[in-house]
Ligand binder design. Structure first.
Ligand code: ATR
Length: 271
């Protein structure tokens, strides 16, 4: 039977096994999906061995997302642009394909849960300039969002992203970001603020407009303080779990030949 898995270190917290096992069951596909705890030094050896052990592909997560780029024979344009990989596919001829479906997952989640949001309708305000922000910014650029206002605690990291992703990105000061809330059609938190065990997201939200869409990549807790505050203002809010579910869609389809649904049953399966 075809196998797939998720490679990370640590890996116990990953929700991907539940997601893919749910889809395998749902579509009656014989196969399995397993967590693989692999230290950085062993990544290449493990990846090269997987096809011989019956694996058709693997997701890649922290700390391997950048290193996996160099193991692939072919890297998709979006993975090249993002500079990181989340999906490997092992072809029968031995070649390894690398892709990054995080930006796709981000956008599909918004399309599904905030269908009224028109990417072209106005600027997006993005908090954070780490790996997750790279996927979000490349997806927003692709979707023709007119301007991306980018705020990061460490401003030079935001400036580096602007230099890389181009004219649509405007860097703003972290402490002045709330002044831009009024013009933002979309507000995105890509930082770890608000995550269980991390500090709270404390940017004042006074200027937030009720016709803005607000989304958080943090999904533990599901209703972050940011989303709760946005809801109180009357905004459409989209939680981060949907991005995780949607990023798995292209991978599952490629590996197992069935395009899977993301719906309430899918959410329930991973919670
Ligand atoms: P990921 O891959 O999830 O994006 P990352 O690359 O480590 O993870 O990026 C973490 C992001 O959260 C960064 O934008 C980081 O800001 P800095 O670049 O200033 O470090 C942001 N972040 C983490 N802790 C933060 C905090 N206490 N206040 C503000 N931003 C924080």
């Amino acid at each position: 039977i075809p196998l797939a898995g998720v490679i990370g270190h640590p890996i116990a917290h990953s929700k991907s096994p539940r997601l893919h096992k749910h889809w395998l069951r749902r579509y009656g596909i014989p196969g399995d999906y397993v967590p693989l705890d692999v230290a950085e030094a062993n990544l290449e050896e493990v990846v090269r061995a997987l096809p011989k052990a019956g694996f058709v592909g693997a997701n890649v997560t922290i700390p391997h997302k950048v290193n996996a780029l160099s193991l692939a024979d072919q890297v998709s344009d979006r993975a090249t642009l993002i500079g990181a990989v989340n999906t490997l596919t092992f072809l029968e001829d031995g070649r390894i394909l690398a892709d990054n479906t995080d930006g796709y997952g981000f956008m599909s989640n918004l399309r599904q849960n905030a269908p009224s949001w028109d990417p072209k309708s106005g600027p997006a305000l993005v908090f954070g300039a780490g790996g997750a922000a790279r996927a979000v910014i490349s997806a927003l650029s692709d979707a023709q969002v007119p301007e991306i206002l980018l705020a990061n605690r460490t401003r030079p990291k935001a400036e580096a992203l602007r230099d890389e992703f181009g004219a649509r990105v405007t860097v703003i000061d972290w402490v002045r970001a709330s002044e831009c809330l009024g013009e933002a059609a979309l507000v995105v938190n890509t930082t770890s603020l608000g995550m269980e065990g991390a500090s709270e997201f404390r940017v004042p939200l006074d200027g937030l407009q009720k016709d803005s869409v607000v989304t958080d990549l943090v999904y533990a807790p599901l209703r972050t303080t940011l989303l709760q505050c946005a809801e109180e203002v009357g905004c459409v809010t989209v939680d981060g779990l949907g991005m995780l579910l949607h990023q798995g869609v292209p991978a599952f389809e490629r590996w197992f030949g069935q395009r899977p649904e993301v719906d309430e049953a899918t959410r329930a399966a991973v919670l």
